[in-house]
Design a protein around this ligand. Structure first.
Ligand code: FES
Length: 124
């Protein structure tokens, strides 16, 4: 296994907000074109803020840790704030990713953008 930070290992071994969200306001799924790994993110929005988030990721430890961290980073944020989150922010919050694993956090950024677009489409 590559040299993962303690935070990556913690989120990989104990993922936060794992699962489905039955009363989700939006759900999106994206694939990492670099490797084919996939992640799905569901959010519930109340008063313009992300009140709940759940994910399921089929992927490497870095992708699972990035998804888990993403749910923590977007909880309580407005959609506008969540939309500004970049893959580098997720990687930094994880204590860094090995250089050959930096592409794994792109999945997190892509799925946030996708779920916000889906929410906007659902409420239009
Ligand atoms: Fe595919 Fe990490 S190797 S997301």
């Amino acid at each position: 296994m590559p040299e993962y930070s303690p935070t990556v290992l913690d989120h990989f071994q104990h993922p936060r907000n794992l699962g489905d969200l039955p009363d989700a306001d939006a759900v999106a799924e994206v694939e990492n074109p670099a490797c084919g790994d996939r992640t799905r993110l569901a959010i519930r929005v109340r008063d313009g803020r992300i009140a709940a988030a759940r994910f399921r990721t089929e992927g490497c430890p870095a992708a699972i840790a990035a998804s888990s961290m993403t749910t923590e980073l977007i909880l309580g944020r407005t959609l506008e704030e969540a939309a500004t989150l970049r893959d580098e922010d997720v990687a930094t919050a994880l204590g860094g990713l090995p250089r050959n694993k930096m592409h794994c956090s792109v999945l997190a950024e892509d799925v946030i953008q996708a779920v916000i677009e889906q929410y906007q489409a659902n409420t239009r």
